[in-house]
Design a protein around this ligand. Structure first.
Ligand code: IVH
Length: 745
């Protein structure tokens, strides 16, 4: 598919690209999982996530625990009671080609230390395009149904699930505790009937219809929606269902579930044959599938293979190719985001792609439009994109497409697109830092677009979440002449300003005494706010929900956080200066086709400036030593607090708030939780990869070399200098059998 992966090539500074990718993926996750209203196609989503994972693998220092590659789905909606899953609900790794499937099969064998030719039977079954559901049965009775949510905590939809005919209320002969996992979906015929019947809203596709129908507050609405369920797996079980995946699914079928009918395969060829067969029959199945899922059949092997952050090592989704159409690109518009990034959007002549009308697509950034990446490497073989062009758009079962290619033979616009160098919203200069693919408005909070986006973020669900003050209201108040909200602090003076003013809110169009009072009360309720929410709400670049929670737990109180950031500021600014010089050097080296002298440039910046005071260095080390807080995030955070105008906005806000301190986390209870482990020598019963994954799953950190901070050395035969060093430092050393006893619990 031409262009599908070209998203990958258009950016250069990995930190900036990672940030942009994380933001886009997170936004898409929320739209898809929480709002049932996707904003990008599945194929685009997959491409983004793959690029992000690749960049994170290349740049481990930029990894973050709240990256979408490390999380699943989206925070559950507050409309439903929350359910903590007894076992996490995972996502699946994707493949798009035969080679990737072969690599998967090889990876499985190498992880298990099996020869390349060893038989590892796998099942192949359709990947249903619906939404996943976990059904908990105790003593044969359905006691709970929960959506996936973020994988750890889902939404309680028990009453709704009970209305689905495919879901048995009671099971005979099931283990005492059994969690059945599967997919809720809607057939094409039922979907068409539902949309024709004039239900309260029309849905873009059967998946959205299924999700929207299951996630209803009123179960009687769900009951009227034609939902179905396929079982494909299980969560907690008090006794194993069978020794194999295929056997376990057969048991679920005996218990009364519809299943995805897995077929047992003995080679990559057989897997691909099932895939080709299903792809050909895709249109006649009567429901949407978006690929084929392969799973290692033997459960004992599944257990050994285990999980990465969000996906099992023993399963793979082999996706079907995307759908494609041609249309005219009418206009290129520039949107200005919360952090000032200028994002180009293509407005398209509406076209139907795979049954959905699409009229917008992202163009990423100026290099992408120009047809090259920031290293000068061509995208679309160097073809640029102009207003008026005929462009190829694609999607893979969902709504907004991506532009894959452009038809030069139909081009009549002689003018290449000129990317603006001033902000279209406020006229400030839009600057592109060396090595950054994104051009940013330099207007800061003086730019109305940035100010509005910051406010929208501030009131969003994971931030202040003020009832009656959503994105729309914030925009209206921003433009209001008599009762404006220009920055977060203004929200908390709204009631008192209103009381003093003449044009009272309650007398205005769309408002009344009751709604105005409700709004003021909702605002007042939010004056007491948990520390983590406040940090997230500030909308600082790179500081997402998980990072905010991490910072809150580490520092405990707002005062401690501010003191730490102020102390770290001088060291942070030195690190930032060095990083900027390195980025500039990298960009220069790339255009000149030479190697970048990274360490020399870094050293020069340090040498040219007076030494950083030791307490500042200590505060910086403490901040960046927090698991999940990288240098990029730390630099952005300290810079926001050190910048005078930004700090004034923060201080004015905080003056109105009562900030609830965060509670520290409880330690995990495995024998090696929190320890730093080093492996050395040959491990004979487990590969290094398996040992490392196992140690991490048990809460330990795995390091590459022995130092004073090492707690435990696992030494296989042939251990050399590391074992000697450990002995010297008095570090506990164990052999492989002792390790296995810990690892296998
Ligand atoms: S197995 C631990 N099998 O795809 C792995 N998932 O992209 C559990 N899905 O969240 C997933 N059909 O909602 C599996 N036959 C199938 C599936 C399937 C659809 C969904 C499931 C999962 C998502 C991952």
């Amino acid at each position: 598919m031409a262009g599908l992966d070209s998203t990958a090539d258009h950016l250069q500074d990995p930190a900036a690209e990672i940030e942009a990718l994380r933001a886009r993926v997170a936004e898409a996750d929320l739209a898809y999982h929480r709002d049932d209203a996707p904003i990008i196609s599945d194929a685009e989503y997959d491409a983004l996530k793959r690029r992000l994972a690749a960049l994170e693998a290349e740049n481990p220092e930029l990894a973050a625990p709240d990256s979408p590659t490390q999380t699943v789905g989206a925070t559950p909606s507050e409309r439903f009671a929350k359910v903590r899953h007894a076992q996490r609900m995972m996502s699946l790794g994707n493949a798009f080609s035969r080679e990737e499937v072969a690599e998967f099969a090889a990876r499985v064998r190498s992880f298990l230390n099996l020869p390349a030719a060893a038989p590892v039977p796998m099942t192949a079954e359709p990947k249903i395009d619906g939404l996943s559901l976990s059904l908990r049965y105790e003593d044969g009775q359905l006691v709970q149904a929960a959506t996936r949510g973020d994988g750890t905590v889902g939404e309680n939809v028990t009453a709704n699930a009970r209305t689905i005919a495919d879901i048995p209320q009671t099971l005979t002969g099931a283990p005492e505790v059994l969690e059945v996992r599967g997919e809720v979906y809607m057939t094409h015929a039922d979907f068409a009937r539902l949309n024709e019947s004039g239900a309260d809203r029309t849905f873009a596709n059967p998946r959205n219809a299924a999700a929207g129908s299951l996630r209803q507050l009123d179960p009687s609405v769900t009951a009227r929606r034609p939902l179905r369920f396929f079982a494909y797996g299980w969560g907690e079980v008090s006794a194993p269902l069978a020794p194999t995946q295929s056997g376990a699914i057969a048991r679920l079928e005996e218990l009364g579930f519809q299943t995805t009918n897995p077929r047992l395969c003995h080679s990559v060829d057989e897997l691909i044959a099932v895939w080709s067969d299903l792809e050909q029959r895709r249109a006649t199945l009567g429901f949407d599938i978006d690929g084929v899922v392969y799973k290692v059949d033997e459960i004992a092997l599944q257990d050994r293979l285990g999980f990465r952050a969000t996906t099992p090592r023993w399963a793979l989704a082999h996706k079907f190719p995307a759908e494609i159409a041609w249309t005219r690109l009418d206009r290129i518009e520039i949107q200005v985001g919360r952090t000032g990034a200028l994002s180009p959007v293509a407005r398209l002549t509406p076209v139907t792609v795979g049954g959905v009308v699409v009229s917008n697509a992202t163009l990423h950034n100026e290099d992408y439009i120009a047809g090259h990446d920031s290293r000068g490497q061509p995208i679309r073989e160097g073809r640029d994109i102009r207003e008026g062009d005929w462009v190829q758009v694609y999607r893979a079962g969902d709504v907004i497409p991506k532009i894959a290619d452009v038809d030069l033979s139909r081009r009549d616009n002689p003018e290449p697109y000129v990317f603006p160098t001033t902000c279209p919203e406020c006229g400030s200069e839009a600057i592109r830092e060396p090595g950054d693919s994104v051009r940013r408005c330099s207007g800061g909070l003086g730019c109305p677009a940035q100010a509005i986006e910051r406010l929208r973020h501030f009131v969003s669900r994971a931030a202040f979440d003020i009832e009656g003050l959503g994105a729309k209201q914030v925009e209206a108040f921003f433009a209001d002449a008599t009762l404006p909200i220009r920055e977060p602090a203004d929200i908390f003076t709204l009631a008192s300003r209103d009381a003093k003013g003449l044009a009272r809110l309650k007398n205005r169009e769309g408002w009344g005494e009751r709604s105005a009072e409700n709004l003021f009360r909702a605002i007042e309720e939010r004056q007491t706010i948990p520390l983590a929410r406040l940090i997230y709400a500030l909308g600082i670049r790179h500081v997402g929900e998980v990072a905010a929670a991490t910072l809150a737990r580490h520092y405990g109180t707002w005062e401690a956080l501010v003191a730490a950031l102020d102390a770290a500021a001088p060291a942070a600014s030195r690190h930032r200066a060095a990083d900027e010089a390195v980025a500039a050097e990298r960009a220069a080296a790339a255009t000149q086709g030479r190697r970048a002298s990274v360490s020399a440039v870094r050293a020069a910046v340090w040498a040219a400036n007076p030494p950083v005071p030791p307490d500042s260095r200590a505060a910086w080390d403490d901040l960046t030593g927090i698991e999940g807080i990288g240098a990029v995030l730390a630099e952005s955070l300290t810079a926001s607090f050190a910048q005078l105008a930004e700090r004034a906005v923060i201080d004015r806000l905080v003056a109105h708030l009562t900030i609830e301190p965060a509670t520290p986390v409880a330690k995990a209870d495995s024998a090696i939780a929190g320890l730093t482990i080093v492996f050395t020598g040959t491990l004979e019963k487990m590969t290094r990869a398996e040992a490392k994954a196992r140690a991490e799953a048990l809460g330990a950190k795995v390091a590459g070399s022995v130092s004073a901070r090492t707690d435990l050395l696992v030494a296989g035969p042939g251990a050399g200098s590391k074992a000697a060093k450990a002995a010297e430092l008095g570090i506990r050393v164990i052999d492989e059998d002792q390790w296995l006893a810990i690892a296998r619990g």
